[in-house]
Design a protein around this ligand. Structure first.
Ligand code: T5A
Length: 244
């Protein structure tokens, strides 16, 4: 979604449903409202998998369900994170080592968790995030070969081990995703990597989904946008009725 105006320079608050919080919250008692923690949904996938396309449809669906929603992205989502994003995607930074890349991703993430995600969840809002820690395991772990235990250590420190309630993994053959992404103009620093890099990224994502089937929903991203959205909506159904 490079250049996508829908992802402005800072966290984007996309929706606040017209209903008052107490209308949506079964824990409301008189003038006292005990806020339920919101749900945290992440979208993952390789280049051109269709995350931005799905985000728009899923956001609309959740708003229609009365969910108060915050949409954000990684790297980015805060002023600091957007500055980091500009650096990590800058083709001029071709000498960036894997360790620096990983630390920059986690710098952006640490800020996003504290400035945006945790406050929103604590306020009962749902958070829809375009990529999160799984991307570091896939790209820096699978793609670059950084040891998984190093990433796990950073995850614990930078995010306090925050994990999504649901992760939608848009799975697509590398060639198909690259062909889609190619239509967008100049490639960023990561998009210019070889096919073998993106094959490792895909394999790492799929391995994580297989290891945590209760959190992940693997979606065939070669389906039409409407079919992908339908699968994503189906995957969110278990999140309602608990804290919605
Ligand atoms: N990164 C990120 C790391 O290395 N480590 C990390 O920890 C993190 C958080 C971020 C980059 O940073 C890396 C990963 C990335 O390289 P990004 O913008 O989040 O960059 O990721 P991109 O993969 O570059 O996002 P894209 O914009 O390429 O892909 P999307 O959003 O998945 O795809 P989208 O929706 O823009 O669609 C691409 C094209 O395909 C079409 C669309 O119309 C569009 O033209 N399309 C479809 N066509 C047919 N059928 C469908 N179902 C379609 N869905 C979309």
């Amino acid at each position: 979604m490079n250049g996508d105006p829908g992802h402005g320079p800072a966290m984007l608050r996309v929706a606040h449903h017209a209903k008052a919080a107490h209308e949506l919250n079964p824990n409301h008692v008189g003038t006292m409202t005990r806020l339920s923690r919101g749900k945290f949904i992440t979208l993952e996938g390789g280049e051109g998998a269709g995350k931005s396309t799905l985000l728009a449809g899923l956001q609309q669906y959740l708003v229609d369900q009365g969910v108060s929603l915050v949409q954000t992205r990684e790297p980015g989502g805060t002023p600091l994170g957007e500055a980091v994003r500009a650096i990590v995607l800058d083709p001029a930074q071709r000498g960036m080592c894997a360790e620096a890349e990983l630390l920059l991703m986690f710098a952006s993430r640490a800020q996003l968790v504290r400035e945006c995600i945790e406050p929103a969840l604590a306020a009962g809002k749902w958070v829809l995030c375009d990529r999160f820690t799984d991307a570091s395991y896939a790209y820096q772990g699978g793609g670059r070969g950084v040891a998984v235990d190093r990433i796990a250590t950073l995850e614990q420190w930078a995010t306090d081990g925050l994990r999504p309630d649901l992760t939608l993994l848009l799975d697509l053959p590398v060639a198909t995703g690259r062909a889609r992404a190619a239509g967008r103009g100049e490639a960023d620093r990561i998009e210019v990597e070889a096919d073998a890099f993106f094959e490792r990224v895909r394999a790492a994502y799929r391995a994580r989904a297989a290891a945590e089937p209760e959190r992940f929903r693997l979606i065939d991203a070669s389906l039409s946008p409407a079919q992908v959205l339908a699968a994503a909506i189906d995957a969110t159904s278990h999140l309602f009725g608990v804290n919605a």
